[in-house]
Design a protein around this ligand. Sequence first.
Ligand code: DON
Length: 304
Amino acid sequence: MIDFKSVLKDIQHTVTQIEDKGEVANYIPELQHVDKNAFGIYLNVIGSEDFEIGQSQTKFSAQSITKVLSLALAVSKNADEVWKRVDVEPSGNPFNHISLLEVENGFPRNPFINSGAIVIADILVSSLKNPKQDFLEFVRLLANDNDIHYDTKVAQSEKNTGFKNYAIANLLKSFDNLNNDVDVVLDFYFHQCSLYMSCEQLTNAFFLFANHGRCLSNKLHISASQAKRINAIMLTCGFYDEAGEFAFEVGLPGKSGVGGGIVALLPNKFIISVWSPGLNPKGNSKIGMSALELFTTKTNLSIF
Ligand code: DON
């Protein structure tokens, strides 16, 4: 039996001593006001208990972590269209890279880099009646928690400064891989990314990926095969040009966001969320990655 409580305690003790906590994202101005020393973990061990430490209940900007949830909703609506319009290969490039998209004729490498996530946003704008409200309700349902909201200040802040995302969306449009208006799709995308959630809420929302497509309340949202595929993309593309490093150090499917959160999971076993706002140069939580490396090393629980 693993003593998860003391594992989390040891991890907190170790990582809080690391001096270099990385840099808080400031390219979205509204994100820079967060305390760099914040740290929290929430762990759901399937069939057992939940464990938490630090600021596991404090909400933060989920950002790119939400790309996994938007992909799940899009796949549940129209999987054929998703895989026709987005590839499933690691890009080896930063999340907001543009030039590869032009070389590859507007066909994004995967759904987790910004170009791919913007195509997924376009699919959702086309297939949902009230896209922003319906997506929010989907996440609330997954997390079994209605206290989840968009941070409209963050969405507006990104709208004011998201020039690269406008460039990406326009490039997609020029290649006929965006059906709706650029402004409409990006308004949805910026709101999606602004979801304000705690480690506990993220762990709960990701339960379905470790549970063959069934969420916490046992409702089937995506098939077991679709859950398997999304986990594979998290493993190979969830950390952009650091996906290899995350697989090497941690060995779990996972997804990061520039708000400093990371969610990772081992199917049938556990879902874990970590939050530490300082990022490494690749845009992933520096302390979050160290904490997860310690977690899989100490527990010997990884897919490898
Ligand atoms: O589009 C952006 O740049 C942000 N809304 C999300 C980027 C992000 O979280 C990258 N992940 N580490």
